[in-house]
Design a binder for this molecule. Structure first.
Ligand code: PLP
Length: 284
């Protein structure tokens, strides 16, 4: 067996879609884990064809391949937390249900992704039913945005009072804890309800407005903080602060939506002179 060479980072698994433009999905999740000193591993639920201007098509993977992939990663025995993102269809959602049922102690964050911000459907109707009936009760925390909270709770959600009502309803439906994210409100207010305490966290809306992958990043940052041993409330507070700063330091990578700068904490200059070999020999 290989000997470890440095302090290990907790392993965090993302199960989500592949966005080749790297603003959302698996790639955003892995960058977020890395930014939190977590080692990310990944199982892809669907390939998407997309760029900064939006999603063109979605290609779900074979559920048997996804099941094998997740089981293989979990059998290494090191995964401390799992983030679940875009599921695309019911068959894939059912694989997640099985995995959560056989790993009840795994900390799990479910981002119930329904549509892209470019308004492309990312989950079928039967998959949404399965999330409502089977998945929300099997995860540590659920992180719907306003539209997702409305679809899951079956009530309109467009202000802080209705966010609180939706969070209560989702807990009644079996969720252990819910964060309804209000990034689209005038003030970016998130509501956390753990079945006992209801708290809202206010934050100024930070420019730029047209961001891509915010929900994926927020849920991944919560998963990373849970893997690092933090309590849910602290994980949510830290995740919100991380997302706000990643938006503040975002830059455009194409003509469309702007991805978060997940790796803003890495902005250090690298100079060759700092890495010169001890004894260099130059031959001409
Ligand atoms: N593409 C993939 C693969 C995703 O997982 C998500 C996540 O929610 C999106 C697109 C949508 O991101 P956005 O809502 O920022 O467009």
């Amino acid at each position: 067996m290989n000997q470890p060479t440095s302090t290990p980072w907790p392993v965090v698994l993302t199960v989500a879609g592949f966005d080749p433009s790297a603003g959302a999905g698996i790639i955003a999740d892995l960058k977020t884990f890395a930014a939190h000193n977590c080692y990310g591993v990944a199982a892809i639920t669907a390939l998407t064809v997309q760029n900064s201007q939006g999603v063109a098509s979605v290609h779900p993977v074979d559920p048997a391949v996804l099941r094998a992939s997740i089981r293989s990663l979990l059998s290494d025995g090191r995964v401390k937390a799992i983030k679940i993102g875009m599921l695309s269809n019911r068959a894939i959602a059912e694989v997640i249900g099985e995995i959560l049922e056989s790993n009840p102690d795994l900390q799990a964050v479910l981002d119930p992704v329904l549509r892209s911000s470019s308004d492309y459907g990312l989950l079928d109707a039967s998959g949404l039913d399965y999330i409502r009936q089977q998945l929300i009760s099997r995860v540590t925390v659920l992180t719907p945005n306003l539209a997702e909270a409305a679809a899951l709770a079956g009530i309109p959600v467009d202000n802080v009072e209705s966010m609180k009502a939706a969070a209560r309803k989702l807990v009644e439906m079996g969720a252990r804890a819910v964060v309804v994210t209000g990034g689209h409100l005038d003030k970016a207010i998130d509501v956390l309800f753990d079945g006992t305490t209801m708290e809202s966290f206010a934050g100024d809306r930070v420019k730029p407005e047209n961001t891509h992958g915010t929900g994926c990043t927020f849920s991944s940052a919560i998963a990373a903080n849970l893997a690092l041993g933090r309590q849910l409330r602290d994980a949510v507070v830290l995740a919100k602060a991380y997302v706000v700063e990643a938006i503040r330091q975002a830059f455009s990578t194409g003509p469309g939506r702007i991805p978060l700068n997940h790796l803003y904490r890495m902005s250090q200059p690298v100079r060759v002179t700092d890495h010169a070999p001890a004894a260099a020999e130059v031959t001409r």
